[in-house]
Write a protein that binds this ligand. Structure first.
Ligand code: SAH
Ligand code: DHB
Ligand code: MG
Length: 230
């Protein structure tokens, strides 16, 4: 019993250490300004689910966008515009960010969030089901970075579209690819099935070099990151 207790307190200590580290990294490298905080607050007031990416994930997306000299970025799944603000801000003058959102109420919040964050000159939200909107983007391709973060069952289809709409050197990122380990197990539901199939495809597609990284607040979920080979 004593042994159980000390094991428990050791695990709690480790979790505490991970949290302290993540907070320190966030303060040092990924502090939110008023624009990002306003987007979060507006989404909360409108009772949207709090499922946006973390600040560290936002900064990581910016870093990837700059690494591939992104001028055109596409996002699938906007919510309240939080990840969109991070992405739009990585663009140089003349760059363009498009985000796809099925829910018109979310899209309206996103428009306001983009105005408040000062990115509405380069950031645009399109309303509709992603699989209906993606074919209309072919004449605006290639996108340098594509961030997939909408409903999970069609993730493999979103990957197909990302490959069609990208170029060699483009970066494709998908959120929620770990899900506490469910991303790598035999899927028990439609949600996991989409994620597992996505991971299997990006891990084995010869057109891509890929890695999944645990990087959310408690290191149990994160992005699958792929680069389209030259
Ligand atoms: N990227 C956001 C979080 C997105 S949450 C952020 O980190 O800030 C997922 C969003 O995808 C929700 O707003 C949901 O309405 C939207 N969505 C769900 N299914 C969709 C579909 N088929 N097409 C487009 N958007 C969809
Ligand atoms: C859910 C969706 C997300 O994109 C996310 O990051 C977390 C949770 C969800 O649908 O539950
Ligand atoms: Mg997500």
């Amino acid at each position: 019993m004593d042994q159980d207790n000390s094991e428990l307190s050791r695990l709690q200590q480790e979790a505490q250490t991970r949290q302290t580290i993540m907070e320190a990294i966030t303060r040092k490298f990924a502090a939110e300004d008023d624009g990002l905080q306003h987007a979060l607050l507006a989404a909360k007031e409108a009772a949207l689910p709090e499922i946006q990416i973390s600040p560290v994930q936002g900064k990581f997306l910016q870093l990837l966008a700059v690494a591939c000299s992104a001028q055109k970025i596409l996002e699938i799944g906007s919510l309240g515009g939080y990840s969109g603000i991070w992405l739009a801000r990585s663009l140089p003058a003349g760059g363009h960010f498009i985000t796809l959102e099925i829910n018109p109420t979310h899209a309206e919040l996103v428009r306001n969030a983009f105005i408040h964050a000062g990115v509405s000159d380069r950031a645009e939200v399109r309303v509709g089901k992603a699989l209906d909107l993606l074919p209309q983007l072919e004449h605006e391709a290639p996108f340098d970075l594509i961030f997939i973060d909408a409903d999970k069952p069609p993730y493999p289809q979103y990957l197909e579209w990302a490959l069609r709409l990208s170029r060699p050197g483009s970066i494709i990122v998908a959120d929620n690819c770990i899900r506490g380990g469910k991303g790598f197990e035999d899927p028990q539901d439609e949600y996991s099935a989409g994620i597992v199939a996505y991971n299997n495809r990006v891990a084995s597609d010869p057109r891509l070099i890929s890695l999944a990284l645990a990087m959310d607040d408690d290191y149990t979920d994160g992005f699958a990151i792929s680069v389209v080979r030259q």
